[in-house]
Write a protein that binds this ligand. Structure first.
Ligand code: ADP
Ligand code: MG
Length: 204
């Protein structure tokens, strides 16, 4: 079973990954966007841990809902509401239970990803974060590590795609040949989850 502290550690690990990769995420957002994805997520996730510290939510669902609200209120770009919705909806599904099972978390993440698709109107293949989130969450039935690997593969597979949603879609065919920044950060989110859920099983 996973308690609130597990979800705090997931958010902390994600924050550390965003801090480490912010420059690269911004670089990926430069040819097919406006070069702010790393700084957007850095601003958002840097605010998440202090908010969790200040409010001390006791339930997993409340941790994720507070993290999601914080992202929505601090990130100006498209990715703020999208990641905010992912975490809020996942947290809402988990409800107020003090501990949740891995199966409950998997189901909740499915609902969270569906909410992202609904909000942004995108589907896999559109060269967005969903190209990492959808295969990633599907592979949760195997393991957290498999989910992180599938998300990473999904992010890499955005390179040959033409963007059909978001800022990159304005470039049309010129969006081909670049890795999507949001798919890349989504892979970081699921890698961080694997690192806290299955520690010591080695990075790929
Ligand atoms: P902005 O595009 O407003 O500058 P960011 O640079 O922070 O915001 O985030 C860009 C990322 O957001 C993209 O790489 C893509 O993965 C994701 N994104 C943009 N629009 C959508 C959408 N409609 N659905 C899902 N993801 C999207
Ligand atoms: Mg951007």
């Amino acid at each position: 079973m996973r308690d609130a502290d597990f979800f705090r550690r997931w958010m902390a690990a994600t924050t550390a990954a965003v801090e480490r990769e912010a420059d690269r995420l911004t670089e990926l957002d430069s040819p097919i966007g406006d070069a702010d994805h790393g700084s957007n997520l850095l601003r958002g996730f840097t605010a998440v841990l202090p908010a969790l510290e200040a409010q001390g939510p006791a339930a997993p669902g409340e941790v994720l809902q507070l993290a999601g609200r914080t992202l929505i209120s601090t990130v100006g770009g498209a990715s703020g509401p999208l990641y905010g919705t992912l975490l809020r909806r996942t947290g809402k599904e988990l409800g107020e239970a003090a501990e949740v099972s891995d199966a409950e978390l998997r189901e909740a993440l499915h609902a969270g990803v569906a909410a992202v698709a609904q909000l942004g109107g995108a589907a896999p293949g559109d060269k967005t974060m969903l190209d990492a989130l959808v295969p990633g969450v599907a592979a949760l039935s195997t393991s957290y590590r498999a989910a992180a690997d599938a998300a990473q593969d999904g992010a890499l597979a955005t390179v040959p795609l033409q963007a059909r949603k978001g800022r990159a879609s304005y470039l049309g065919e010129r969006s081909i040949g670049h890795q999507d920044p949001g798919a890349t950060s989504s892979a970081l989110l699921l890698r961080a989850l694997a690192d806290v859920a299955e520690p010591g099983e080695g990075a790929r």
